[in-house]
Write a protein that binds this ligand. Structure first.
Ligand SMILES: Cc1ncc(COP(=O)(O)O)c(C=O)c1O
Length: 482
C-alpha cells in the first residue's frame, strides 16, 4: 500500500515553492512590519486549541494561516529594529541547511551511522574551540541554546570535581548578574539553593575577584565539610553586557581547584574581534564555555554550544552503556556525540553553522560584530546627548542601559515614569527595547547584535526615544499640575 505520507515529486516541489514564496514575501516586508503586534495573539492562540483532526486540509490553506494569522501576531524578533533582550538574527542560509538536514534525516548521534555527518559537526566544534583559545584536548557539543549548554557544563563540573554520593556539599560561586539559567541548571543537576553563593559586583556589574577570594576563604573556614568546586564567570551579561574579569577568576579557580565555567552565551563570539577579545582575556583558561551561535553568529533560535577544555570531562559525565549499540567514544578520532551530552537522537545542528561559514568564510560574521560595537558607541553618544537621559550602564560590548531622569522625581516615580517611557518608545513600532532592574532601578536596555540592524534603524530609534521622552515628560508634568 502507498502511504499518503510519501509525497510524490510534484507535491513536494509545489509545497516548497508555495512555502518559499511566502517566506520571500515575509522577508521583503520584514523591515516595515510592526516591531510588535501581539494584541491579537491571544485570540489566535485560542483558535488553535483543537482536538486532533481526522480530516485533511490543503497545504495552501495551512500555510496561509501560518503566515497570515500566526506569524504576524508576534514580536518581530527578526526585524532590524529588534534590540531587546539578546537579539538573534536568523540568516537564511541556516534555513536552507535545515531544509537539507531535515529532508535527508541522517543520524548524528553515533559516528558509525554517518561518519562524515558527525565529522562536519565536529569540525565546527573544533573551530569554536580554536576561537576560544583551546588546544587539541578540547571538545564540545551543540545544544538547543545556552541554557542546555550551562546545564551540560554544570553536570560535567559536578562529575569531575565532586564525589558522586555527597556532591550536594559542593558550593558554586556566581553573581547577581549571572543568567538565571545557571541557578536553574544547578537545581536540575541536583544542587539545593544553599549551594549557590552570590559574589558582589563592582560599579560596572562585574564580579569582584577580591569578594570571590574572601567568600571561598570564609566557606573553607566556616563550613569545612562543604567543597567550593565551581565558579561561573560571564562573558557578556544579559543585563548590561558586562564581562567579568575572567583572567582574575581563572587564577583564583586554578589556585582553589574550582571548575571555571564561562557563560559566553551572548559575548563569546566577540572573540572574533580583537578590541573585544581583549576584554575576554582568560576565557581560554576556563574549563568550559557556553556560546550561542543563535546570538553572536546570527543563527536562528535553537543553536547553542558548549565547549570544554578537555573533551574527556564530557565523556566521563555523559558516557553510558547499552547492549544494542557500540561503546561510546571508544575509537580514536571517531566522535559519538551521544556520549558527550544528554541527547541521543537529535537534529544535525552543525550543518546550519558549517554551511554559511564555508560559503562566506568567517569574515562577514566578524564584520557584523565589529559593526555592532561601533554602532553601540554611536547610539550611546546620541542617547547620552538627549535631554533628561541618564546612562546607567555604559557598554562593555553592545548592550547599555539608560533611563529618563529629569532629576526632580523620587526613585519610585522614576520607575513609573520609565515604564511609561518604554511603552511610548515601543508604541512607535520602529525599535524594540526591553527593561531590567539595576541596583533597584528600572532601566531600559538597548542590545545590538542582529545582522539586519544598521545605523539607519538606530537613527530612527533614537528619534523615537527623543520624541517619547518629550511626550512622557509633557504628559506627566500635565498630570502633576492638572
Ligand atoms: C548570558 C546568557 N546566558 C544564558 C542565556 C540562555 O540562553 P538560551 O536562551 O540560548 O538558552 C542567555 C539568554 O539570553 C544569556 O544572555
Amino acid at each position: 500500500m502507498h502511504s499518503t505520507l510519501e509525497l510524490d515529486e510534484n507535491q513536494m516541489r509545489a509545497m516548497v515553492t508555495i512555502a518559499l514564496d511566502r517566506v520571500m514575501d515575509h522577508l521583503r516586508g520584514l523591515s516595515t512590519a510592526p516591531i510588535s503586534n501581539t494584541s491579537r495573539g491571544g485570540e489566535i492562540a485560542k483558535s488553535l486549541l483543537e482536538p486532533i483532526p481526522e480530516e485533511s486540509l490543503p497545504f495552501e490553506t495551512l500555510i496561509g494561516r501560518i503566515f497570515d494569522d500566526i506569524i504576524p501576531a508576534t514580536v518581530n524578533t527578526a526585524s532590524p529594529g529588534y534590540c531587546a533582550y539578546i537579539p538573534s538574527g536568523g540568516i537564511f542560509h541556516a534555513a536552507v541547511a535545515e531544509f537539507v538536514a531535515k529532508a535527508v534525516n541522517r543520524y548524528v548521534g553515533y559516528w558509525f551511522m554517518a561518519p562524515a555527518v558527525a565529522q562536519l559537526e565536529w569540525t565546527v566544534i573544533r573551530w569554536f574551540c580554536t576561537m576560544m583559545g583551546y588546544g587539541d584536548d578540547s571538545g564540545g557539543v551543540f545544544t538547543s541554546g545556552a541554557s542546555m549548554a550551562n546545564l551540560t557544563a554544570m553536570i560535567a563540573a559536578r562529575t569531575t570535581r565532586l564525589p558522586e554520593d555527597s556532591f550536594q556539599q559542593g558550593i558554586i560561586y556566581i553573581t547577581s548578574q549571572t543568567h538565571f539559567s545557571i541557578a536553574k541548571a544547578a537545581g536540575l543537576a541536583g544542587f539545593p539553593s544553599h549551594c549557590l553563593r552570590i559574589i558582589d559586583v563592582d560599579s560596572e556589574f562585574r564580579m569582584d575577584p577580591r569578594a570571590l577570594n574572601e567568600a571561598i576563604a570564609a566557606d573553607r573556614i566556616r563550613t569545612p565539610t562543604r567543597t567550593p568546586f565551581m565558579v561561573v564567570g560571564t562573558a557578556g551579561t544579559t543585563n548590561t553586557g558586562a564581562v567579568d574579569p575572567l583572567d582574575d577568576i581563572a587564577l583564583i579557580a586554578s589556585r582553589e581547584n574550582l571548575w571555571f565555567h564561562v557563560d559566553g552565551a551572548y559575548g563569546a563570539f566577540f572573540m572574533l574581534v580583537d578590541e573585544a577579545a581583549q576584554r575576554m582575556r582568560g576565557i581560554e583558561r576556563a574549563d568550559s564555555i557556553s556560546l550561542d551561535p543563535h546570538k553572536g553568529l546570527c543563527l536562528p533560535y535553537g543553536t547553542g554550544a558548549l565547549v570544554t577544555k578537555r573533551r574527556a570531562s564530557l565523556e566521563r559525565a555523559f558516557g553510558a552503556r547499552a547492549d544494542y549499540v557500540p561503546q561510546m567514544n571508544d575509537v580514536e578520532n571517531e566522535i559519538d556525540f551521544c556520549g558527550l551530552s544528554t541527547e541521543l537522537s537529535r537534529d544535525w545542528r552543525g550543518l546550519r553553522i558549517w554551511l554559511p561559514i564555508k560559503m562566506h568564510g568567517i569574515g562577514p560574521f566578524r564584520d557584523n560584530i565589529a559593526e555592532k560595537l561601533a554602532l553601540t558607541r554611536d547610539a550611546l553618544d546620541a542617547i547620552r546627548a538627549l535631554p533628561n537621559i541618564e546612562i546607567v550602564a555604559t557598554p562593555q560590548l553592545t548592550i547599555f542601559a539608560f533611563r529618563l531622569n529629569p532629576n526632580d522625581r523620587s526613585e519610585a516615580d522614576l520607575d513609573h515614569l520609565n515604564r511609561v517611557f518604554l511603552n511610548a518608545i515601543l508604541r512607535r513600532q520602529r525599535i524594540m527595547l526591553s527593561a531590567t532592574t539595576l541596583d533597584g532601578r528600572f532601566v531600559i536596555r538597548m542590545a545590538l547584535l542582529s545582522f539586519r540592524t544598521h545605523a539607519d534603524r538606530i537613527h530612527d530609534g533614537i528619534i523615537d526615544i527623543r520624541d517619547a521622552a518629550a511626550e512622557v515628560l509633557e504628559t506627566t508634568v500635565h498630570e502633576a499640575t492638572g
